[in-house]
Design a protein around this ligand. Structure first.
Ligand code: 7TS
Length: 412
């Protein structure tokens, strides 16, 4: 069967919206398979950035003049879009941050500093990105709390039984990703959240690899915090959201002090602004937040289910084609995965594979993908990672397969 016939998506129409896909790399048409690092941007996002600077650049929430009102309205419109995107109960629960990294650091620093005590425990998993490891190490170092790690199976799945054994009355925070950037594993977060709540802990979900691929309903999940990065969801870099349940955000101290996050300042005492502004000190990334709204609109209009179906078909096809090349070993074979294909080739360094693919115009990521402990788990230095987005095609997967085949023939 022609694999293209199994997806409902008109990929040609989608591709027309992404100008960068027209360019050549090393004389070859670009094949962009580094979407887990950052996705490309549609025209609507690119134009929203230029439009803001061209027409209504102004600081927000402060001015009464027309430009300031327009900018404020557009910025707050994205907040409402983000609320709807993850089905949060209120826009007060949506805080604009730089991205997932800042979202996690905010929770670790604010919630962690306020509520972690000596010998309390924070649980993460062996699948985490460094940005869901290091902020917890920092706050544990400052509070005397202990960091515990859920082990990962050979297929790249969280060991739920081991997790149950790690949970105790000392567990305060559980922080895991929705999907793994290195392996693609989709984690059973609903179950993890339920179990963690049973032990009285709060749960943070790192949604960096879910935002562009999976439906997210924070009320249904009942997670306490959820983080997203715009740039992995067809939006600009430098912005993203932290969702937090309002009753938790209310009792957390500010993360940064400055303008906008205050109600009243005297030299003796300062009172905090209401949510979400308490956590948005200083002039924010206005243009990128506005354009992030366009990115969420792109995902909504294309249809999350249609995107998911297309990417899953690409993943199945690539798994079969690349996975059956001689000497290729797939790393991460969980039954539920987002569109990430990680592999190693016997006797060939991932870096060499990446460089030779780049010569053919194919962009993949190689290395540890900011998950060094996970690479240690497999006893490898890194992998070659191809990650697929809505604009990728089956012909591109064929080109990848042919490229890897040639690397193997060339290097052996
Ligand atoms: N968590 C996960 C699961 C990620 O994949 C990433 C970025 C982050 C957190 C950090 O997100 P940021 O937007 O704050 O940087 N992951 C990758 C990647 O896989 N390749 O480059 C960046």
């Amino acid at each position: 069967m022609n694999p293209a016939s199994v997806t409902a998506l008109n990929v040609d129409e989608i591709r027309k919206q992404f100008p960068v896909l027209n360019r050549k790399v090393n004389g070859k048409p670009l094949i962009y398979f580094d979407n887990a690092a950052t996705s490309q941007k549609p025209i609507s996002v690119i134009e929203a950035l230029a439009e803001y600077y061209r027409n209504y650049n102004a600081n927000i929430h402060r001015g009464i003049h027309t430009l300031a009102e327009e900018a404020t309205k557009a910025y707050e419109h994205t907040r409402e879009q983000a609320r709807a995107f993850i089905n949060a109960a209120s826009p007060r629960e949506i805080i604009f941050v730089r991205g997932v990294t800042e979202g996690i650091n905010l929770v670790a620093a604010s919630y962690g500093r306020a509520f972690l005590r000596n010998n309390d425990e924070v649980i993460i998993s062996g699948l985490e990105h460094h940005s869901n490891i290091v902020p917890w190490q920092l706050i544990c170092g400052q509070t005397g709390a202990k960091l515990k790690v859920i082990p990962v199976s050979e297929s790249g799945e969280i060991d739920l039984e081991a997790f149950t054994r790690l949970l105790s009355s000392r567990t305060r925070i559980v922080a895991v990703n929705h999907a793994s950037n290195s392996l693609g594993t989709i984690n059973p977060i609903k179950e993890i959240i339920r179990l963690a709540h049973g032990a009285g802990a709060v749960v943070l979900i790192d949604g960096a690899q879910a935002g562009a691929h999976l439906p997210i309903d924070v009320q249904e999940l009942d997670c306490d915090f959820y983080c997203l990065s715009s740039h992995k969801m067809y939006g600009p870099t430098g912005t993203g959201i932290l969702y937090g349940k309002s009753h938790l955000l209310e009792k957390m101290p500010p993360y940064q002090g400055g303008g906008e996050m205050i109600k009243e300042v005297t030299f003796e005492k300062t009172t905090w602004n209401d949510l979400p502004y308490k956590f948005e000190a200083g002039t924010p990334n206005i243009a990128d937040v506005i354009a992030f709204g366009k990115a969420m609109e792109f995902i909504r209009q294309t249809g999350r289910d249609v995107i998911e179906q297309h990417e899953q078909a690409l993943l199945r096809y690539a798994t079969e084609k690349v996975g059956s090349l001689p000497g290729v070993r797939l790393i991460g074979t969980a039954p539920q995965k987002v569109s990430v294909l990680s592999f190693v080739v016997d006797g060939i360094h991932p870096f060499d594979v990446g460089q030779l693919l780049d010569a053919r115009g194919i962009a993949v990521r190689t290395g540890h993908h900011c998950t060094q402990p996970l690479m240690d788990r497999y006893g490898i230095e890194g992998t070659v990672r191809a990650s697929f987005a809505v604009y990728n095609t089956f012909a591109e997967v064929d080109a990848l397969t042919e490229g890897v085949r040639r690397v193997i023939n060339f290097m052996r």
